[in-house]
Ligand binder design. Structure first.
Ligand code: BGN
Length: 390
């Protein structure tokens, strides 16, 4: 018969073994498996908030801010700083993209304390291997911009990049021109820093996997290969829309982007054609990694479908060398170094030029005030000089 004392002994031994097993399991990623199960059973976020609060049922990724809370103390940016590793140890793979309701820009700012004025960042503890500028053509999309910044800053920080975010804001109400705004963004960003890669990024696309590294390839890269709105598939082989990445050299080789696509559609196809006309290829990440969630929205006012796009696209071969970076004209209205991005507001004019409705000439002057014969009318030449920023 087992005595009362030895019963206690067995119980203690049993509990001891259990403790040991648990300790071993926790070393072997037990925690990860528990989190995985918790995630399966977790209640999805509140429905009915559609654009504001998407919950991503089919993605079991981590929080995009997760790995950053462990960031070591900032180094001074002296010579002694080592290069960052080739693959960032902060990369976590799939991201649980979220659009928290009630989010403010101040919240985004307080979650990104290492981001400097103008939306610039350098890794605090190593020298970045890559300098990437993000160019976002923009008008009237405050909510989208806020969600993009919320997701984009930690995404880029996890990749240990030296980066800057530029929002190129089209002034006025004339039809939107995405590609011309990108040309402006390229020129203005390159004035500030010797970026080695430029990401041309729609404001409503959020990357869902941080292995989709925001660095350039040897050929122009189309990063948005798998978007949720296309069922995470490429809609057609030559598709070059959403998010693309070019080095300054690639950009010059294709003479930049076209300036004359006003309204929705075709400009991205034109850029894709330019890439092949300049003798390059389109490179892409794998569709597992190049995943994007699009923030749903209706077509914007001032961005109607461009009916001329088919004709224009048919002529790219003839037009690409005479329309692009070599002819872009614009006027910077303001440049603001905001806490999370650089905001450049720009007049890009209309199809009829930068100042399509020049001020009417003054009424005919009285005989005594008339300029001498042959002298130019007041103001006319001066105005012309101001027009172009080439
Ligand atoms: C294409 C558009 C692209 C757009 C994609 C995805 C045109 C030109 C037709 C010859 N191209 O059809 O601009 O990004 O759809 O929406 O409309």
């Amino acid at each position: 018969m087992v005595s009362f004392q030895s019963k206690w002994l067995y119980l203690l031994i049993f509990l001891g073994i259990q403790l040991l097993v648990m300790a071993l399991l926790s070393l072997g990623g037990y925690q990860e498996r528990v989190t995985y199960f918790i995630r399966i059973f977790r209640k999805p976020e509140a429905p009915g908030l559609s654009n504001r609060n998407h919950s991503v049922a089919n993605i079991t990724g981590g929080d995009v801010y997760a790995n950053l809370s462990h960031s070591p103390k900032p180094h001074s940016h002296g010579d002694a700083m080592p290069y960052c590793p080739k693959t960032s140890p902060l990369i976590g793979g799939p991201i649980h993209v979220s659009f928290p309701s009630g989010l403010t820009l101040a919240d985004v700012q307080s979650k990104n304390t290492l981001v400097l004025r103008g939306g610039r960042y350098r890794p605090p503890d190593c020298k970045a291997r890559h300098r990437t500028a993000i160019i976002i053509p923009y008008r009237h999309r405050e909510l989208h911009l806020k969600f993009l910044l919320y997701n984009m800053h930690p995404f880029l920080q996890r990749q240990q990049l030296n980066y800057g975010i530029y929002v190129i804001h089209q002034a006025g109400d004339y039809t939107f021109n995405r590609a011309k705004l990108m040309n402006v963004g390229f020129r203005e960003a390159m004035k500030e820093e010797d970026w080695d890669c430029l990401f041309f990024h729609d404001v409503d696309l959020i990357p869902e996997d941080d292995r989709n590294t925001y660095i350039c390839d040897s050929n122009p890269k189309h990063a948005a290969i798998a978007m949720d709105k296309f069922g995470y598939k490429l809609p057609y082989k030559m598709y070059f829309g959403g998010v693309s990445a070019l080095t300054p050299l690639h950009y010059h080789k294709i003479n930049g982007f076209p300036n004359n696509y006003w309204g929705w559609g075709g400009e991205d196809d034109d850029i894709g054609v330019r890439v092949s006309l300049a003798g390059m290829f389109i490179s892409r990440p794998s569709s597992k990694v190049g995943r994007y969630k699009m923030i749903k929205h209706k077509r914007d006012k001032g961005n109607d479908v461009n009916p001329k796009r088919f004709n224009m696209l048919a002529k790219t071969r003839q037009t690409w060398k005479r329309d692009g970076m070599n002819t872009v004209d614009y006027e910077v209205i303001s440049r603001m170094y905001l806490p999370l991005y650089t905001n450049i507001t720009v007049n890009i004019g209309t199809e009829a030029g930068l100042h399509p409705n020049p001020p009417k000439p003054p009424p005919p002057a009285k005989a005594a005030e008339k300029p001498a014969a042959g002298a130019p009318a007041k103001g006319s030449t001066k105005l012309k000089e101001n027009h172009s920023e080439k």
